[in-house]
Design a protein around this ligand. Structure first.
Ligand code: ATP
Ligand code: MG
Length: 371
């Protein structure tokens, strides 16, 4: 066994020992110049992510997994969370592509209900997600009735991790306030599903539009409305009854506020700023853009990049998005859909488009308002 190391990659190489997967993993880490890996991190990875440890095949991937493992809460933190909330934290959930999502842990409630705990580290994002959950009354997470507006329910819980306890959160920077969002554990996110039928996509579109309308309504006197700013299939959870629930409010800001993060890949740059890297002012029209992109992707799950990206670029192109939206109903997903469903869906798509920057490009680029 190693002595507890600094994890900073300095010092002499200790001979790896322990189980074969650990020995192999530590050898790869040594090749990546992490010569004294932190024992706490190694134990956490072994306990909670053994498959990921085995799946690592080169030194860079080992270092990457080790660095990500530093974010896992250690045993003292898990005990603290359990004592304060009754929640047992387990391993990270698997996100799109089967990749473990380090900040989203599966767990169980005091009464044995399966849940997900999203750990919030970044103070700005933490504040936004917390504010939004209380402003929109998404809590309590375990309310058995579905949220009427197809939003993923979440309740905020917090504990204070003792700064003297180095192993509490595996690394020093994780000390202090730890906030988590508790949520129902849903079977999948939309990004994990294969090509769906037109009927399912049309139903989901209705639900996401309902969620956006709710989110975009002003909540609280004198407050501007919220803007999601990261609508994409990985942020839509699919419930056991097949409902599409809008989730991940980590990028949400008030309308007209400064954009913190968003997935630029899915956002066509404004007409007058074709090289814009990231939008700076949040506005509702961006949410409609991203919803339009999401629906185009769902309608052509295997060929969407060809349809939406310019050759050699990795960002949705405005002209291509317009053309793809025009021919959305010609995609194979809708080939067998009855006329009534097609008409209903087409009307909804027209509405989304009318509220997107495809129609309101100028306003979005300049003022941050779409109406
Ligand atoms: N309640 C849940 N039930 C099941 N899986 C979930 C749940 N919440 C999140 N996930 C999974 O974890 C992934 C990441 O969650 P989320 O998008 O909230 O966090 P994130 O780390 O902020 O992601 P991003 O990088 O998109 O900002 C989701 O795409 C989904 O696969
Ligand atoms: Mg997300």
């Amino acid at each position: 066994m190693f002595a507890k190391g600094t994890g900073d990659g300095c010092g002499a190489i200790a001979p790896p020992s322990g189980s074969p997967p650990r020995v192999r993993f530590v050898r790869l880490l040594n090749e990546a110049h992490v010569t004294r890996p932190d024992e706490v991190v190694l134990q956490l990875l072994e306990r909670h992510m053994p498959a990921a440890m085995l799946a690592v095949f080169d030194a860079d991937a080992a270092r990457d997994l080790y660095d990500r493992g530093k974010q896992l809460p250690g045993t003292p933190t898990r005990i603290l969370v359990h004592d304060a909330t009754g929640v047992t934290l387990n391993a990270p959930v698997l996100g799109p592509g089967g990749e473990p999502v380090l900040n989203v842990l599966s767990g169980t409630s005091r009464c044995g209900q399966p849940l997900v705990a999203k750990l919030l580290y970044d103070p700005a994002s933490m504040a936004a997600e917390m504010q939004l959950c209380s402003a929109l009354q998404l809590a309590p997470w375990d309310d058995p009735s579905a949220h009427p507006y197809f939003m993923a329910r979440a309740s905020v819980v917090g504990v204070q991790v003792d700064p003297d306890d180095r192993s509490g959160m595996a690394v020093a920077r994780r000390h202090g306030a730890l906030t988590a969002l508790l949520m129902q554990r849903h079977p999948v996110c939309l990004a994990e599903l294969p090509q769906l039928s037109g009927e399912v996509i049309a139903r989901g579109a209705r639900q996401l539009l309902c969620a956006l309308t709710f989110l975009h309504a002003a909540h609280g006197a004198g407050e501007s409305s919220w803007v999601h700013m990261d609508i994409k299939a990985a942020n839509v959870l699919v419930s056991s009854s097949g409902d599409w629930l809008l989730s991940d409010f980590g990028s949400a800001v008030r309308d007209g506020g400064t954009v913190r993060t968003c997935t630029v890949e899915y956002l066509p740059p404004p007409k007058d700023q074709p090289n814009q890297s990231t939008p700076t002012v949040a506005c509702k029209a961006y949410d409609f853009d991203m919803l339009l992109v999401l629906l185009n992707i769902e309608a052509r799950k295997s060929g969407w990049k060809m349809a939406l990206f310019e050759a050699g670029r990795r960002r949705v192109n405005r002209a291509r998005l317009e053309a793809a939206t025009d021919s959305l109903l010609q995609s194979t997903a809708f080939a067998e859909s009855p006329t009534e469903l097609r008409e209903d869906f087409a009307e909804r798509v027209r509405y989304i488009r009318a509220h997107s920057t495809l129609t309101h490009d100028k306003q979005a680029a300049n003022a941050g308002h779409d109406d």
